[in-house]
Write a protein that binds this ligand. Structure first.
Ligand code: 16G
Ligand code: MG
Length: 542
């Protein structure tokens, strides 16, 4: 077709290696940067189609998050700033895997299936992280958009959540904020200043926060904000990208998995610290005590702090609304018990992957969702936002104060997706308002010791799960074997699931003591190895 001449011509500049197959997984396409040029070009094409299909602006983010610097990846962002809808993930996979002479056929197929009108305008926002390959790869995305006569706006270096925010702002005609990095800073900084302005007498020590920027984009963006925090938060930035390598021995994933502080951070006993991941959509907190023991405050502890704070405000404001915390099977059993039994909150469990949590959180007036790995945010219903707005205007005294706190919390939170910078500011504001130290926050409940292992099998798809990945249905006998092992450990719990990002089966175990959790994880991984076709040597630690 004549209208695709440009696509044909341009796609020759971004050829697909014959036989290469990739999958739009939990976090989009992600692999070694050398294998991504054609993927990027084609995702530019797909974004231009998705934009026409939704009659809205679509985002394309070039990043491989916490993966090594040599990798890269790409994710599409739907109109309200949410993850790409699953049907289009299938199109993405098809388009990327089409051999060169088949590309137009697959493209036409999507156009026909979705009845896309090519005379419509298409608008695409593009962003990238700090990887050395990101500049060239985002050019390939822009090429794809142009080849289908789409308009693009290149935001250059931004965190993933910043691009989600831009897309949402643009499609809500500014209702969510102004679609620029400056607009993002202004919205967050103002909400943070409002939240902290009546907090009395904090010492500099209480305001100090050590931040590990994973040598990535989060560090660059935070550095731009720090001078504008008006001394309410004193940030010492480490792993800021000036010398170290992206995600290398630093960042949220390293800290969470290794359960130790990042290399290069200068932390003393009791210092409050946090780590971002490589694209700024995850955060974990930690400190070390006087005996040198490391304490991690992960996504579960963050969800607990935030949901406790919001629930109290709701009660004080006299708002009786539905609130829930959404977790995955990885949530520490102690956190689930605390939220359910002590806080009397509704707790939901979903499959791993942000989009699953996001979806369930949308069903409530306040949906707090966090993965244990530190990715999470809070969603507010339109009804609640309206009630808060009205209360701010119509009430006075204590009720008005509480309503204003709620309003500023809503403004500080990036509701499109988990956002390390926004989460960090909210956590800091809550700790300040409550006059709470990191140790007091940590003491809300005590994590059950846990262990994660991974097992290599010849085909991880043989593992099928149910009940939000907490039970397996195949291979036969596996769940019974796990149940038998769990029974032998006090407070034991264990589950296994095929990874969505790596060719392995993941094993999780928790129990009353670390020895017991370690033993349980080991025993379960041996059963997986035996029943699910293990390959290579013995199962390895994560
Ligand atoms: C991706 C997901 C994350 C999930 C992780 C699980 C997004 C944006 N990220 O990083 O939510 O926890 O994958 O990885 O959805 P796994 O399947 O390899 O355990
Ligand atoms: Mg990330």
């Amino acid at each position: 077709m004549a209208q695709f001449e440009e696509v044909s011509k341009k796609s020759e500049l971004h050829p697909k290696p014959v036989g290469m197959v990739q999958q739009y997984g939990t976090a989009g396409f992600r692999t070694h940067a050398d294998h991504l040029d054609h993927v990027m070009f084609r995702m530019g094409l797909l974004a231009a189609l998705r934009s026409r299909n939704t009659k809205a602006t679509i985002g394309v983010m070039v990043t491989a998050s916490h993966n090594p610097e040599e990798d890269n990846g790409v994710k599409l962002i739907d109109p309200m700033g949410e993850m790409l809808t699953p049907v289009w993930e299938v199109y993405a996979t098809r388009l990327v895997n089409a051999e060169q002479d088949h590309l137009l056929t697959v493209l036409e197929d999507v156009i026909e299936k979705e009845s896309i009108d090519l005379t419509q305008e298409a608008h695409v926002f593009v962003g990238k992280d700090t990887r050395s390959s990101s500049a060239r790869l985002s050019e390939a995305v822009l090429d794809g958009v142009t080849a289908l006569r789409g308009h693009s706006k290149d935001y250059g270096l931004v965190t993933t959540p910043q691009l989600h925010y831009m897309v949402c702002c643009c499609n809500t005609r500014g209702e969510y904020g102004q679609a620029s990095v400056e607009g993002y800073y202004r919205k967050l900084l103002q909400a943070f200043a409002e939240l902290t302005k009546h907090v009395p007498n904090r010492t500099d020590d209480q305001k100090c926060l050590l931040v590990d920027g994973a040598n990535g984009i989060g560090a660059l963006k935070l550095r731009e904000m720090v001078p504008r925090l008006q001394g309410e938060l004193l940030v010492s930035l480490f792993c800021d990208g000036t010398s170290g390598k992206l995600n290398h021995q630093c960042g949220a994933d390293f800290v969470k998995v290794q359960q130790k502080s990042p290399k290069g951070i200068d932390m003393k006993a009791g210092d409050r610290c946090c780590s971002f991941d490589g694209d700024g959509d995850r955060i974990v907190y930690y400190y070390s005590d006087a005996e040198g023991h490391f304490h991690l405050l992960d996504g579960d502890k963050i969800a607990t702090l935030i949901s406790t704070f919001l629930k109290e405000l709701l009660t004080q404001a006299g708002l009786d609304l539905k609130m829930a915390v959404v977790q995955t099977a990885y949530a520490n059993g102690s956190s689930t018990r605390y939220l359910q039994d002590t806080m009397k909150l509704i707790v939901k469990c979903t499959k791993t992957g942000v989009k699953h949590l996001h979806h369930v959180a949308q069903e409530f007036d306040i949906g707090v969702y966090f993965e244990a790995n530190g990715h999470g945010t809070v969603l507010f219903s339109k009804v609640l936002e309206e009630k808060i707005r009205r209360l701010c205007k119509d009430s006075d005294g204590e009720r008005r104060r509480v309503a204003t706190l709620l309003k500023n919390s809503v403004d500080l939170i990036n509701q499109t997706v988990g956002d390390a910078i926004s989460d960090m500011l909210l956590i800091e504001a809550i700790l300040a308002i409550r006059g709470m130290t990191v140790q007091q926050w940590d003491a809300i409940y005590t994590d059950l010791p846990n262990r994660q292992l991974k097992v290599k099998v010849s085909d991880r798809r043989v593992i099928e799960t149910t009940d939000a990945e907490r039970k397996t249905v195949s291979p036969a006998g596996l769940q019974e074997a796990i149940d038998g092992l769990v029974e032998k450990h006090r407070q034991g719990r264990s589950f296994v699931r095929p990874s969505g990002t790596e060719d392995v089966v993941r094993v999780y175990a928790e129990a009353e003591t670390q020895e017991s959790a370690d033993a349980l994880a080991h025993e379960v991984s041996l059963v997986v190895y035996r029943l699910a076709g293990g390959v290579g040597g013995e199962p390895k630690p994560l």
